[in-house]
Ligand binder design. Structure first.
Ligand code: SF4
Length: 532
């Protein structure tokens, strides 16, 4: 039976974020409105239940219903860039080859990550069963069995993951049984992951699915406690955490990307678990605390002075090393503050815009505020009204609003290019910070320089304030280039759409789509507009 957290590692599968946490992908309003509607406290008490106490009917935030998605990632892709980035494991994608289209990009991210962590650089090792038409008719479990054998003979991995896809879910492939048979036969963990793209409306469920599989089949079930080991649930970022935790002399165990199978196995042996982003770390950190009693850091994320202080103090408290950390915090403030003051002078009157994943955006906005940069607009790619721990100290949006003030236009939208122009026009920022870099060309085309933030640890901690500030000075220096670009580039949208003031008008009035399509004259007008 699942406990209060809703995490049950006995089950091969887990609840999607939208059901477990009440995640939404479309919303428009102020940050303070979203904090109020999210009602973190109430949700943490009733997580997984409706207000009437009925399980499986989580209270929903009022979400805008968009009639279509222009583009998106999926849970299967996220699984590929998580468990597909474990150097001594193999991922078999039981899917058509089109589901592997992101691999070239993921390969670059993986290699960059290996370089940043000082590990041997190699290509990602992902195999596709390359489902064809006849496989969809007759099934493809034999093909999967053969792929497992091939992976074992060719790579001798320490673990094999198998990811499902829309196609395999539609024809009902029994991946679990095949994995279980293979595990007995070859004697290494063979881990089935139900990550078919259509199962969840937001890709971040893919983080949870990857972590669930690792927790069930890789993490050491009989851990031998390592007092100086800290789990940091991360992506591909540079190792800034070792320096940040230097006064405690902790050894950092990064999870999942670039970690070996043995490093993942020792996650249950750590003394504490933390993360740079509660969106990413929520499920695994809560599960490690629930199953192995490893305390999860109950604090906002380490961005800006105040939250970094709280994050470090929280770790020190778990380890009973508060005094060591207090001295470090004082000396770090003294070292960093003068440079931050200098940067603040340079950013007077500058406005920024953040377009990233959910709780990560809350952290970056804190750093911008520390630098004296005004933020009155942001778009996050989804919103979790509560995280798995249900602990209010992790309410990062609430923390942001309480400590740095409201953000007038705080939008939730899943990397929808067609809305991005309208969102930027509302606030007209001097620069944008973007994590999913497909959006950055559009910002440049409308004359706004974009910082495609590749190393996600860049703004972390005290030094992160300086790193981000210095990088932004260089980004602002490109403003002229973006303005020149704007003069020579035409956006691929109709005048009708570009004239709309509300980027969510199609959610509020989906009937417009029918009217537009039915009106042939309108179509002709629009064709002319595009041709001009
Ligand atoms: S799993 Fe489904 S949504 Fe994801 S890439 Fe494959 S077909 Fe597309």
């Amino acid at each position: 039976m699942a406990n209060k957290s809703g995490i049950n590692l006995k089950l091969a599968n887990l609840e999607n974020r939208e059901k477990r946490l009440g995640t939404i992908i479309a919303w428009d309003g102020s940050a303070s409105d979203l904090v109020r509607e999210s009602n973190y406290k109430l949700r943490s008490e009733k997580k997984g239940k409706s207000c009437s106490g009925e399980r499986g009917k989580a209270c929903k935030l009022c979400e805008l219903k968009m009639p279509f998605n222009q583009q998106t990632m999926c849970t299967q892709s996220i699984v590929a860039c998580q468990v597909g980035n474990i150097p001594d494991a193999i991922l078999i994608e039981h899917s058509s080859i089109g589901c592997s289209a992101m691999h070239t990009r993921f390969n670059v991210g993986y290699k960059m990550g290996l370089i940043r962590r000082g590990k041997k650089v190699e290509n990602i090792q992902i195999i596709s069963t390359n489902l064809l038409e006849k496989d969809m008719v007759f099934g493809a479990t034999d093909k999967l069995r053969q792929s497992i054998q091939d992976a074992w003979v060719r790579f001798k991995p320490k673990a094999i993951f198998i990811s499902a896809a829309c196609a395999t879910a539609i024809i009902g492939e029994d991946i679990e049984s095949v994995a279980s048979e293979a595990e007995k036969e070859i004697g290494i963990p063979v881990i089935p992951l139900s990550c078919e793209g259509f199962r969840s409306k937001h890709w971040s469920t893919g983080f949870d699915i990857s972590q669930h599989g690792i927790l069930r089949q890789i993490v050491n079930k009989k851990p031998k406690k390592q007092d100086n080991l800290i789990n940091i649930i991360a992506l591909w970022g540079t190792d800034y955490f070792t320096q940040m935790l230097s006064p405690l002399g902790l050894k950092v165990n990064y999870i999942i990307d670039m970690a070996t199978v043995d490093e993942l196995a020792q996650a249950s042996e750590a003394s504490v678990t933390a993360t740079f982003c509660h969106t990413l770390g929520s499920y695994m950190a809560a599960a490690l605390e629930q199953e192995y009693g490893i305390p999860e850091v109950k604090a906002p994320q380490p961005y800006g002075f105040a939250a970094t202080d709280e994050w470090l103090r929280s770790i020190a408290k778990v380890l009973h090393r508060e005094n060591d950390m207090e001295e470090f915090i004082i000396s770090e403030h003294k070292r960093v503050q003068p440079k931050v003051d200098e940067l603040r002078e340079k950013f007077k009157g500058i406005k920024g815009f953040v377009a990233t994943g959910s709780s990560y955006a809350h952290g970056i906005i804190s750093v911008l505020e520390e630098l004296g940069i005004q933020v009155d607009g942001s778009v996050v790619f989804h919103h979790d009204p509560v995280y798995d721990s249900g602990d209010e100290r992790q309410d990062t949006l609430g923390y942001l609003v309480e400590n740095y003030g409201d953000i007038e236009h705080f939008t939730v939208s899943k990397t929808q290019q067609f809305q991005f122009f309208g969102l930027l026009r509302r606030v007209n920022p001097d620069f944008v910070i973007i994590r999913h870099n497909g959006l950055s060309p559009l910002a440049s085309k409308v004359g706004i320089p974009a910082f495609a933030l590749g190393d996600e640890h860049f703004p972390v901690g005290y030094d992160g304030i300086i790193r981000l500030g210095e990088a932004l000075l260089e980004i602002l220096a490109r403003k002229k280039f973006s303005q020149v670009l704007q003069r020579h580039v035409k956006l691929p949208y109709t005048k009708w759409w570009l004239d709309q003031e509300d980027p969510f008008i199609l959610a509020k009035h989906p009937e417009i789509l029918d009217e537009e399509v039915l009106d042939e004259k309108n179509i002709e007008d629009k064709k002319q507009e595009i041709l001009l």
